[in-house]
Design a protein around this ligand. Structure first.
Ligand code: CA
Length: 221
């Protein structure tokens, strides 16, 4: 899962970004509306977390602009303003949820997971394929109830394949979902990640596996 974080307070932004990364989310961090707009137009994000008071404008205007183009990416706004009118303005602008500063990181993570689970994808908190279950909230995988240890990246890859079960997921889409703009992605990073996940599933007795469509991508079957 990949999230756009728009926050100009450097220390707070770093804390939020690392909390999201620990929760298995790839984060692209930008500090103003114009960079956010450029990143958002280029990448299909799973969600966005947006501060209102930005150096070049109000985060709400950014959301309105994206909504006007038909973009339905789930958005959580961060706001220091406590007035009811401000919250209503946020939701009217097309935000899905809001958090008042200061907030607890655990709550932010829970809200991000909640917007990711909403009917846009029509999926609950636990994804299932064959005898595999992936809990998207506590980031755990089990095969027939037995826990399977995975790295964050393997789990992210499995989640992506499970969310699109039966459909081929292009290599480029995997790269876009698993890695943020700052990550170094070498030529065979995706192959290596797929290879590891495939071995992990085989060793755990999974009834589904990662199939390759040469030159195109991968699917779960
Ligand atoms: Ca701010």
């Amino acid at each position: 899962m990949r999230v756009l974080l728009v926050e100009d307070e450097v220390e707070l932004a770093a804390i939020i970004a690392s909390a999201l990364q620990r929760a298995g989310v790839a984060v692209d961090l930008v500090e103003d509306c114009s960079s956010a707009d450029a990143a958002w137009a280029a990448v299909r994000y799973d969600a966005a977390v947006i501060d209102r008071g930005l150096p070049d404008g109000d985060g709400l205007d950014l959301i309105k602009q994206r909504r006007d183009t038909g973009d339905r990416t789930p958005v959580i706004i961060l706001t220091a303003r406590d007035a009811v009118a401000d919250r209503i303005a946020g939701l009217n602008a097309g935000a899905d949820d809001y958090l008042l500063k200061p907030f607890d990181m655990g709550e932010l993570i829970a809200r991000v997971h909640a917007v990711l689970r909403r009917p846009r994808d029509g999926l609950g908190a636990v994804l299932r394929s064959g005898n595999i279950a992936l809990d998207t909230l506590d980031r755990s995988v089990s095969v027939e109830g037995r826990p399977v240890q995975m790295t964050r990246r393997e789990l992210g890859l499995l989640e992506l394949l499970m969310r699109r079960e039966g459909r081929v997921v292009a290599k480029a889409a995997i790269e876009e979902s698993l890695y943020s703009q700052n990550d170094e992605v070498s030529g065979n990073s995706i192959e290596v990640a797929v290879h590891r996940l495939r071995r992990r599933l085989e060793d755990s007795g999974s009834t589904v596996g990662v199939r390759t469509v040469r030159g195109v991508g991968y699917f779960l079957s």
